[in-house]
Design a protein around this ligand. Structure first.
Ligand code: GCW
Length: 701
């Protein structure tokens, strides 16, 4: 009777349990198929851990937690398998054929003598293998013939947090900062460990804990113990901590007269500071620097160059294994210049001059994390300088946490672009993984979308973007579809019909967003809140912080001429790339307005004029949000009710705002185009003034 009651309560608990999203893709919900559970359980009767280290303990703990959840069994951890069979053996440092194809962080999982062997040259390789084994089970694969070998393609796989010491997050849409600076170092939130687990499950091995618009405070004796406390948690999961640094710190913090990178006292200050940091954090990852960009201080303040600045920090870092990551995101407030060209112009002359422990971090596009950009022309143009890539996971220009945009297709589109730097097949991915130019350091960074919200990312489905970034940083050859499938199965549901509805939503979401937002290569970095549509926005302290600077709408047409008759930014690309884009008659439509000022009446390859095509995209894009809503409804029976309701609410917001954004563009552009909205679409019901008013309410926030 007691037993029945217990089972009854258990069932009730399962039914009424609301998934708050905290557990991410590591929710380890019980597999519903009892037969499958017992088959898995037969291969997971014990976990043998040879050797001991905090990282191995993390691996074994995670397997225990995961298997307890998925299979409902308590799997004992033992020191050695001996002659036992039917268990999991974690083996680190194995040599010979088993680890021959592995790099330092890779893993191999095979079935051997009745056990499942998870091997790596290092403990962290085994940890990644343990997560891979769990993923294998979570996604319903058999253990009978398991044979997995995997190596990360990029060495530094990092999140960049734009978190400030006051607890706010620049461009963060999921609450405040994860780091509770006021409570550290004494109070260690359990959340830090869960953050580390989630990252390690993807192979992320670095985290820059503070904003690139950096506060010097992080470098003080008050803050370093706090950073060290975080590093202590991360270490057991193979994650190194990095700091963004404020270039003027020698002056503001050290009381020196200057922060000139060639000044001996300044150099000494940084060398001492770097040594001090290592006393707190012996395995410190390194520095990330935003210098002479958007008002941040830098070497140019003293007539020095980016190389002078980076190499000064590199010299301070030289006694240690860490790196200096110098951002290439720079542009000047010059109304005549084309911001598109700035990073290439400033950095290519320095190729080969950076110290060996410097990596230059380049945003994926030449402007700034737009919904669709061509790849940055810098990628492939600095063969003698390790270039890392920076993606933005947080949705600064992708509708914050209210619009659904699955970013894997965006990341992949860039990674698969061919730079032709060393002939055909010189993809951005091959620049970034170092195989093209033989870089000594390789790096993929993502600006994090995590915050203090219980579900980490605000929009529950935006967890998929953190997941996708991490998986691609490990292996950029994975497809967007495969990553979506993994994430959905591990996080939301394993019911095949529901999986296919959610997969369809994710895969189409970015194209839908682009259609109602910036179709045909339209671009629009906004000032203001970076959310509301403001194509009319033409006033700012800087010309390159207005919308009109980018879209260039006038009575003749729309778009930025970057051909030889315009800014000639196209000349920064290899001839093969340039040829794809330089002719307005055959430039692929996704890039058309990035490179051409196109007459309103020009007929495009679709058979429609520019104006009609734009309207078609704006309207079908906005209408497609209804399709997203329908797909979500179809998945409803298989989704946790609380989570379902959360996403349904956000989709409703997205639907309303997609129409708002469509109307903003249509009503703003129409007086230039002098054309009616083509049938079957209908003229917006509101006026431009009404749209502007509703945007103002966002700007006042
Ligand atoms: O996209 C812009 C953002 C800034 C950000 C900057 C950068 C951290 O609007 O908030 O500053 O890029 O990447 O440095």
């Amino acid at each position: 009777m007691n037993r029945l009651l217990f089972i009854g309560l258990l069932l009730l608990a399962q039914i009424t349990f609301a998934d708050d999203g905290y557990r991410l893709w590591l929710n380890y919900d019980r597999l519903t198929d009892a037969a499958a559970r017992s088959v898995y359980a037969r291969s997971a009767q014990f976990i043998a851990v040879s050797g001991s280290s905090p990282v191995l303990t993390s691996a074994s703990d995670e397997l225990q937690t995961g298997l307890r959840g998925l299979l409902g069994t308590n799997v004992p951890a033992i020191a050695s398998a001996g002659t036992q069979q039917g268990g999991i053996v974690l083996a680190v440092g194995v040599s010979g054929a088993d680890t021959s194809g592995l790099n330092e962080e890779g893993y191999r999982i095979v079935k051997r003598q009745g056990n499942i062997l998870v091997m790596g040259k290092t403990a962290v390789g085994v940890l990644y293998g343990a997560f891979a084994l769990l993923r294998h089970i979570q996604t319903g694969h058999s253990l009978d013939t398991i044979n997995l070998v995997s190596n990360p393609k990029v060495k530094l796989r990092m999140l960049n947090h734009w978190d400030n010491p006051d607890g706010t997050v620049e461009r963060g849409y999921a609450g405040g900062s994860l780091w509770k600076w006021y409570e550290l170092p004494e109070t260690i939130s359990p959340r830090y460990r869960d953050y580390a687990r989630a990252n390690a499950s993807l192979g992320i091995n670095g985290t820059v804990v503070n904003n690139v618009n950096a506060s010097a405070r992080l470098l003080t004796g008050e803050y370093l113990p706090k950073v060290a406390a975080l590093a202590n948690v991360m270490r057991s999961y193979g994650i190194k901590v990095y700091l963004s640094v404020y270039f003027a710190a020698p002056k503001t913090l050290g009381g020196l007269k200057t922060s000139d990178p060639l000044d001996p006292q300044v150099r000494k200050w940084w060398a001492d500071k770097t040594a001090e940091i290592h006393r707190y954090i012996p395995d410190f990852g390194g520095f990330l620097v935003k210098a002479n960009s958007e008002g941040e201080p830098g070497p140019q303040d003293y007539g020095r160059t980016h190389v002078d600045g980076a190499n000064m920090l590199a010299a301070a870092m030289k006694p240690f294994p860490g790196v200096v990551i110098w951002r290439a995101f720079v542009y000047k407030a010059d109304p005549k210049a084309d911001r598109f060209k700035a990073a290439y112009e400033e950095f290519t002359p320095f190729d080969g001059q950076f110290a060996p422990n410097v990596i230059v971090q380049v945003k994926n596009g030449p402007i700034d994390f737009q919904p669709r950009e061509p790849f940055s022309p810098l990628l492939g143009a600095m063969p003698k300088t390790p270039l890392g890539i920076e993606f933005q996971i947080t949705q600064e220009y992708l509708g914050f946490a209210s619009h659904l945009v699955y970013e894997a297709p965006l990341f992949k589109e860039c990674l698969e672009s061919d730079t032709y730097a060393a002939g055909k097949g010189s993809t951005v991915a091959r620049v970034v993984d170092g195989s093209l130019h033989g870089y000594s350091h390789t790096l993929m960074a993502g600006v994090a979308n995590t915050g203090s919200d219980r579900n980490w990312t605000g929009h529950p489905l935006a967890q998929a973007n953190w997941y996708a970034f991490g998986r691609l940083a490990w292996d950029h050859t994975l497809t967007s579809e495969a990553i979506a499938d993994e994430w959905i199965n591990m996080t939301l549901t394993r019911q095949p019909q529901a999986v296919s509805h959610v997969r369809a939503m994710l895969l189409r979401s970015r194209a839908i967003y682009v259609d109602y937002n910036v179709p045909l290569g339209l671009s629009r970095p906004w000032t203001g809140v970076h959310f509301a549509p403001e194509p009319w926005q033409n006033r700012s302290p800087r010309p390159d912080w207005t919308a009109v600077y980018y879209h260039r709408a006038d009575s003749a047409g729309l778009g930025f001429d970057r051909t030889a008759t315009g800014s000639n930014a196209l000349a920064q690309y290899r001839p093969e790339v340039r040829r794809q884009w330089e002719n307005v008659d055959n430039c692929p439509l996704p890039y058309l307005l990035w490179f051409h000022h196109v007459p309103w009446t020009k007929q495009l390859s679709t058979g429609r004029t520019l104006w009609d095509e734009l309207c078609t995209r704006f309207y079908t894009g906005a209408d497609s949000v209804r399709w997203l809503q329908q797909e979500w409804t179809l998945a409803k029976p298989a989704i946790d009710p609380a989570l379902y309701a959360d996403v349904a609410g956000r989709l409703a917001t997205q639907q309303r705002e997609a129409i708002w954004w469509r109307d903003a563009w249509v009503l703003y552009l129409q007086p230039f185009a002098h054309k009616p909205v083509p049938a079957p679409f209908k003229q917006p019901e509101r006026t431009l003034d009404e749209v502007k008013k509703s945007v103002d309410s966002y700007l006042l926030r």
